[in-house]
Write a protein that binds this ligand. Structure first.
Ligand code: GLN
Length: 317
């Protein structure tokens, strides 16, 4: 394990990550997601943590290498790819940058806002963002998403076919959002095909370790600290992290920012990644969720890491 001093107390990061794991290992709050049938079958005791420093230091604890579907955490990385492709202004016009104050799969949020999806971290905005991926066909757009997210992770990510099939069979609500987006002129192309690409992107398998590498790439101005590859520009990272700070944990984003002070994105399989710009990223995996769909134990453990490592962006000392 190499540590290169990008985090405060860097000589103790390994110990702090192990300590955060031990501290919450018996936490049982929350419930696993069951609206995607196969997610209800996961072992709820799984618990992994990872911290990656922009200087390359790697720190894992518990089930940090256990695979699970990335789900909504894909939204922040596809959003980064969309801004890289189309620029700050265009993507902002199409998907917005403000919190909805409503659940991630809300239809009302879009209806109340004149057919605008509000932000790319909820399903409506994420589907509109996926539609911005370059490619002549949905298959090419999906390849672009898979390759882009793999570059963030620094290894080829693959689809969990069982999760994909389970969600594809039950995602009527997302298909309704796709149709609504098209009716408001906010999505080009076949909405069912775009929703299919979105469903696939959510079913990409990652580990907590992967999520920390992906987050650390955004912390590092777009350069993957493990592979050294530039994935997106520093401006794209700044834009992405601003939106993640205001909407990454849906209607709980304000509570999270107030308590922990870091941009973070969650997914319903139990992953969360929090990014400390210029320093690194911390990721957790634990399947039990709060009622907004955010992993309870990952929030607690990352909160502990943020405090112990002094990562709160708003703290002057
Ligand atoms: N694939 C899930 C959905 O669209 C993602 C939701 C989430 O992780 N919050 O419902």
């Amino acid at each position: 394990e190499v540590s290169t001093g990008t985090l405060p107390g860097w000589d103790r990061v390994d110990e702090i990550v192990q300590e955060a794991h031990a501290r919450y290992v018996s936490e049982r709050g929350g419930r696993v997601a069951d609206y995607i049938p196969v997610l209800a079958e996961v072992d709820p005791e799984l618990f992994g943590l990872a911290v990656i420093e922009v200087g390359g230091g790697l720190h894992d604890a518990g089930d940090a290498l256990h695979p699970f579907s990335i789900q909504s955490i894909s939204k922040m990385f596809v959003y980064a790819l969309a801004i890289q492709e189309h620029g700050h202004e265009k993507v902002r016009d199409i998907v917005g940058v403000n919190n909805t104050g409503l659940a991630f799969n809300s239809v009302i949020a879009m209806e109340l806002n004149g057919g605008h999806p509000m932000n790319p971290m909820v399903n409506a905005g994420a589907i509109a963002t996926t539609a911005l991926m370059p490619g002549a066909t949905a298959v090419e757009q999906w390849e672009r998403v898979r390759e882009g997210l793999s570059a963030f992770a620094g290894r080829p990510l693959s689809l969990d076919g069982v999760v994909y099939a389970s969600e594809a069979e039950t995602n009527d609500r997302n298909r309704a959002l796709g149709r609504l987006l098209r009716s408001y002129g906010r999505l080009d192309g076949d909405p069912d095909e775009i929703v299919d690409v979105y469903t696939r992107q959510c079913a990409l398998n990652v580990t907590a370790h992967d999520l920390a590498v992906m987050g650390a790439t955004l912390a590092d101005g777009g350069v993957n600290p493990v592979t050294g590859e530039r994935v997106v520009s520093a401006d794209v990272c700044r834009d992405t992290l601003a939106v993640v700070a205001s909407s990454g944990l849906y209607e709980r984003s304000g509570d999270w920012l107030f308590e922990i002070g870091l941009p973070a994105k969650s997914g319903v399989a139990g992953g969360i990644v929090a990014v400390a710009p210029g320093k690194g990223a911390a990721a957790g995996f634990s399947p039990r969720l709060d009622d907004a769909g955010n992993s309870v134990r990952s929030q607690m453990a990352i909160g502990h890491l943020s405090r112990s490592l002094g990562l709160n962006l708003f703290a002057s000392a």
